[in-house]
Design a protein around this ligand. Sequence first.
Ligand SMILES: *Cc1c(COP(=O)(O)O)cnc(C)c1O
Length: 849
Amino acid sequence: MRAVHRFTVRAHLPEPLQALGTLATNLRWSWHPPTQDLFAAIDKNLWSEVAGDPLKLLARVPADRLSTLARDEEFLARTRAVDDDLRRYLTVPRWYQQRQDEGGTLPSSIAYFSMEFGLTDALPNYSGGLGVLAGDHLKSASDLGLPLIGVGLLYRSGYFRQSLSPEGWQEEHYPVLDPRALPLELLTDDTDRPVIVRVAMPAGRMLRARVWKAQVGRVPLLLLDSDVPDNEETLRGVTDRLYGGDADHRIRQEILAGVGGMRAVRAYCALTGHPQPEVFHTNEGHAGYLGLERVRELLNDPGLRFEEALAAVRAGTVFTTHTPVRAGIDRFPVQLVRHYFDDRASEPLLPGVPTERVLELGADDDGAKFNMAHMGLRLAQRANGVSELHGKVIRSMFSGLWPGFGTEEIPISSVTNGVHGPTWSARELGKLLGESEMDSGVGLRGMEPVSDSLLWELRCSLRQRLVDEVRRRLRSAWLERGASELELGWCDSVLDPDVLTIGFARRVPTYKRLTLMLREPERLKRLLLDPQRPVQLVVAGKSHPADEGGKAMIQKIVQFADDPEVRHRIVFLPGYDMALARYLYSGCDVWLNNPVRPLEACGTSGMKSALNGGLNLSVRDGWWDEMHDDHNGWSIPTANGVSDPARRDALEAAALYDLVAGQVVPAFYERHTDGVPAKWMSMVRNTLASLGPRVQSSRMVREYVDHHYTPAALSAKAVSEDGYRGAKELAEYVARVVAAWPGVRVEDSELAVEGPTPLLGSAVTVRARVELAGLDESDVDVEVVVGRVDDDDELHDVVTQPMRRDESRRYVASVTLPHAGPAGYTVRVLPRHPLLSGRAELGRVVLAG
Ligand SMILES: *Cc1c(COP(=O)(O)O)cnc(C)c1O
């Protein structure tokens, strides 16, 4: 029989155990081992059956067990202690409050928008790295005390659950989630009625969403859910699943996340007294419509003009992009955007916001496309990529939006991603090295007193735990593939707890090259089956349901691993999620990463491995490009300059085999008399010490506070104070510059040298006459740019020097020549206004000549 409707009954907790309810719903339990231990103590077997999910445990634990515990003084004392600890965690001033006390003007509140959040598998609302990163961002924001609100959607079926067919083909399942069974609370108004966010759809339809709140330590996370009875059937399905459906489905999700999300934040702050955000952080372009909703608000009250509202919105917005390729960017057909944002509709989505202005914000080189990253950049005064290398790549990728500027001047910075230490490092390691250090994110200091043999013993026990888990999961995966228990005896001896273990787990887009290791199957086999010094591999990953190529790669790995000759040394595990990830990151000795450089914007799984003393074996891409050294892992050489992908893959795979056989294997198997591999352990120590502090999301969030949130809050104040005087001035200034700019010219410029040839280090004088076309002298900067020139007269290694007007109204500067050899200079004019965040912001520059 099939149920017509499903619902969840929450357990009734006896009065003395009420605190368990709070402890189970505040997701801080997911990174707080003592809270987990408390729940485990309720019923050890049940705890492992429900995969460590406190709410599920409470729903299933027998009532008589609860009443026994309600009389158990020891358990009650323990509950009180954990509850007190949570209370302290939620109230005691933390890093952010100390910063405020030191007199910093930090934002009173920040809203963080993302289409997915990966916090724990008890709330499966993510597909992969982007979501887990957003989850880690919230957790560190909580640890550091940031007044941050997360905003996103709640998907009825999350992403998907992966299994394998007998032939090794990926199969997707979409289990239905009941929000009432999840660690969520419905946002209600003063009369206890659910808050409903409304967003107008074309043809007079209305999309409604209720708002669920997850509590992530100190940080609330608002998740919009369109599955409410008042919605017509097709609109109920807007939040059905993550990354499923066509462009129309997707744009509805993004409109709900951005526009609806903004409205949810407003309602939440009004109801709870949480300060309204001053800063808005868009994690990837998907939620970018939030900026348009804020424009609408400002047009409505205090009645700003569009350009003024735009200036005000930009000042407080931070945009982070995560892809280094154009294909990775969300682009909608312009007609589709026009359809939803039509301002002449009977009930427009954003009353007062002209559709044409919306379309300009997302303008793409392809006139038929609306580019969400371009809109993100145009709606934010501050933007960044997610590693140094990624920043460099996207400054050049987006340079077209700032014509006339050198790529290094493009106003996109980088904040390298990080991962949440307490979530991702094995608790045993925390114990050994000092837990409080990890919690504060200061890093893994205090390692000196721990001996190599203790640390090695711990690494071995983590590997053993992984092996046990792999055997368990492999058996159940085979049962799901249709095997019978009788033929699965071999699963119990898969992998060897003493063998060098390499992990590779990630989503399966082509660029990550899941199958690079299979390039020369015989060589891989020799590594796996070496009688003295074998290697074993654990592989996992999900392919996007629509990506047949990705599924074919998975099948190729699975079929290789199915071969009885090697199946004890290589395993593909279906169902890559955070729970499996934790076993992999802590248990693998080596974390393999072989993307096509530079397509991995950052990559975070290797960071999680490093936090556990795993050694990275990676292409110099993403975070590894900036953090690798010769003592914390190995860099796989890349075939730079080779354009044929097949040849590049062949070269890089060969380099990988060489590296494993020539360096990784010997370092692991060369042992001291006490059985400890000395060289290996020195690399483990280096990894923990040098990477430990740098790879953590606490470092990342602090960087966002210092370099983005705080400056954005200052800018937002500057434009909004005094009835948005700054925004009006800035808009007026921009209009003036835009109008005058075509007439601005550097008329003639000349270089005066003393003596026949200029000498290195000597001063030369540059003069120029500039036509300002009606702009005031104070509206612009005029400067001379000097540097080396190449054969095409392109300038490199430039230095700039401001020019001042002399009595004859010519601009003059005296420059010291910085380089010997062929040199050149030019003169340029740039907009200048105190409310601009930088000189390239308006994308306007006039060059001499
Ligand atoms: C960290 C993580 C990822 C991202 O890993 P990448 O190295 O960025 O590919 C994906 N899925 C899960 C479950 C993770 O924990």
